[in-house]
Structure formats: C-alpha cells, structure tokens
Design a protein around this ligand. Sequence first.
Ligand code: HAM
Length: 417
Amino acid sequence: MRDILPNQARRWDLVEQKLTRVLQQHAYEAIRLPLLEFTELFARGVGEATDIVEKEMYTLADRDGDSLSLRPEGTASSVRMLQEHGLLYNQTQRVYYAGPMFRYEKPQKGRYRQFYQIGAEAYGFTGPDIDAELIGMAWACWQGLGVESMVNLEINTLGSSEDRQQYRTALVEFLTPKSEQLDDDSRRRLTTNPMRILDSKNPVTQALLNDAPKLPDFVDAQSREHYEGLKQLLVAMQIPFRENPNLVRGLDYYTHTVFEWVTQDLGSQGAVCAGGRYDGLVERLGGRATPGVGFAIGLDRVVLLHEIAVANAEPESEDRSADVYLCVTQPECNGAALVVANALRAALPTLRVRQHMGGGNLKKQLKKADACGAVAAILIDDDSLDQRALTIKHLRDASMGQQTLAFDAGIARLQQL
Ligand code: HAM
C-alpha cells in the first residue's frame, strides 16, 4: 500500500477535482459507500470464480463472526446501497463515487493493493444512449486533463447472459481437447471461468484462440442492435474507438456493452478506465430487474498519465505549499499574527496563508517563507493590529521591495500577485 506525500497529493487533488467536476457537469450525483461490506455481496455480485473474489480480497471476521471484506470495487456496493434505500425501483439514477479500493494483487508501477477509483453508474436506462453518455463523460475527463491523445477506447459486446452461456459452452468444447497446450492458469479457468482465457497474455494460448469460436457470432439480434446503436452514437460524438472481440473483463456481472480505455504510456498496466453494462446485477443481488451501466477510472494510473502529459509540470521536489507567509518581528506579536492571518483568509479565500511558528529571528523566518514557495511575506509588528496596516515584502521580485499599506490596499496588492 502506498503513501501519497504532500508534493504528490497536490497533483492528486488537481486531477480528482477536474474529474469530479466533469461528472458533476453531467448532473451525476455523489454517493459515499462504506469501505467494508459483507463478503457475500462481492461473492454474489462480482462472481465467485473471478480472480478478485477467489484470491484478491482482504477478508476478515468481525466480532460476531460475520465475514466482511474491504471493497475491491464500487459497483456491487452502489447497487446494494441504492436497492436497500428504495432508490432503484420505478426511477432512474445517475451517481458517482470516489475513494480507495483494495485488492491483494502483485504490486508494481500502476498496480497497488490500495488504489483509488472514481466511478460513475447509471440505473434504469436500457438504450445505448446512456452507454454513449458514460463513454463521452470519460472522454471529457481525458480532454479536461489534456491526456486524450494518450488513451484509446476499446469496445465489445458480450450479448445477453444466455448468449454468453452458449458461447461459454462452445469455447469449452473447443479448448478441452487442446487443454494440454494451455498454460496452468488457463487450464484452471477452463473449468472455473473459461471466457477469461481470451484475456491470456500467453502467446501459445493466443495462437490456439485464433481458430476458437468467436463471441460476436453468438450475440443475439437485440444485443447486436444495441451495439450498432452505440457505435453510431460514438461516431456522431467523434470519439475514436476500436472493436476488440477479445475484451471480456474480469468481473462476472457484465452483459452487452463492455469497454476499456487503454494507454501505451504506463507499461503493462494499461487500463485507465473500464466499465460496461450489467443489466442482471440488481436482480442477482435480490432486487427487481433494473438495467445498470457504469465505469471506474483508475486514479493512480491517471495521475501517472497526467504527470507524463504535463511536460512543464513543476518538479516534484519544489515546495509550493503556501502563497503568503506571515513573519513576526518580535515574539510578542504572535497573537496579532493569528488575527491578521484569519483576516487575510477571510478577505482572499483562495489564498493559502501560512503563519510562521516556532520562533527565530526575521532572517530565519524569511528563509522559511522563501522555501515554501510563498510570493510574499507579511511582517507583523506591534502596530499591525492597531493601525490595520499590512507590511508586504515581495519574495519573487526584488525590485518591488517592501511596502506598508492600509489593510484594504494591501489586500488589493496581494490579489494582484
Ligand atoms: P476494474 O476493471 O476492475 O473495474 O477496475 C477499473 C479500473 O480501476 C481499472 O481500469 C484500473 O484503471 C483501476 N485498477 C484496478 N485495479 C487496480 C490496481 N490494483 N491498482 C491500480 N489501479 C487499479 C471495476 O472495478 C468495475 N467496478 C468498473 C465498473 C463500474 N463497471 C461498471 N461500473
């Protein structure tokens, strides 16, 4: 699990704010999900035979013996929450959530055991237009961050769950006589989760799959129509995409549309956002049949992309943690400084005002002011409060020197910096 230090967290905040802004612009509403759920929810929702449930969950018994798991994803919880509060039946919902997810995976660049997702989900809509809205929303996220040239959209349709069942049977029939040639993982999946074999990175397995039955041939007319409708909408929205018939996704709940945004810039962990339709999940979790569709953006990976994309990014080592730094000319002025600092924050709410603490002469204080990247230091003396005056020392432009101004004039000056 990773620590995110102050110099990195600044970029995280920026990226997170930009992404959530896009979701809000599309009138999706925030929800907050619990970190822990009954293990059963993920076993039923994500699927018993998936890697996530089989070997990646952090599961514990609580004090009365219930099995709980740290959430490995947000979709099952979002369905559970909306269903439990009667917010799915006979209505539509568009929601988003953000926060940490937990999977016991092998950590490497772009893959962590505690990672962060921003997810969006829509309920109660059957047409391909909502699939297109969600994909368009992800596209707007990439544009907002300036990374749209670094990601590619891949789409596929899995058909209905009956279509999938038939395909699964055909795939198993095709691969069983050849199981000797499969790697261990794929051989195991032949009985647990055969469609995941399509995802295999093993070249021998991929060569075997060349002649295997193809999923699109099993997709029924209605599902195909949905998929064609989505493709037309993506063309109309000018969102470039590639059809990938081997895209199957690692979670069991998907039906019809699935999609992934992938990048070449992050090595092997290329998926930065993934999702699709899950029309059977609400019912599988005990509710009335309700269509659902959504995606989750992997924030860790998008932050890495943003770092690469913004070429003129500040070097991470450079501290830019305050805009204005308050220094005291004598230790007795600390109280006055606290009052002035709050007055500055009230007058200029976006300004980050830091007050020097811990004593030391003015020279030492100004050194600290410089080191934290502040553009100006405010020097507080005995008269600062009585006279409502601000003594501003410019730190980035020596020619501007030091000035004492009436409070309001001082605020106006700070505003210009
Ligand atoms: P997922 O493909 O498991 O889907 O995860 C979505 C995204 O989360 C991935 O594309 C990736 O960017 C990021 N991610 C996953 N695991 C890790 C990890 N260990 N470290 C860093 N990033 C990771 C879901 O979770 C579905 N709930 C998405 C969804 C929402 N489908 C419908 N609605």
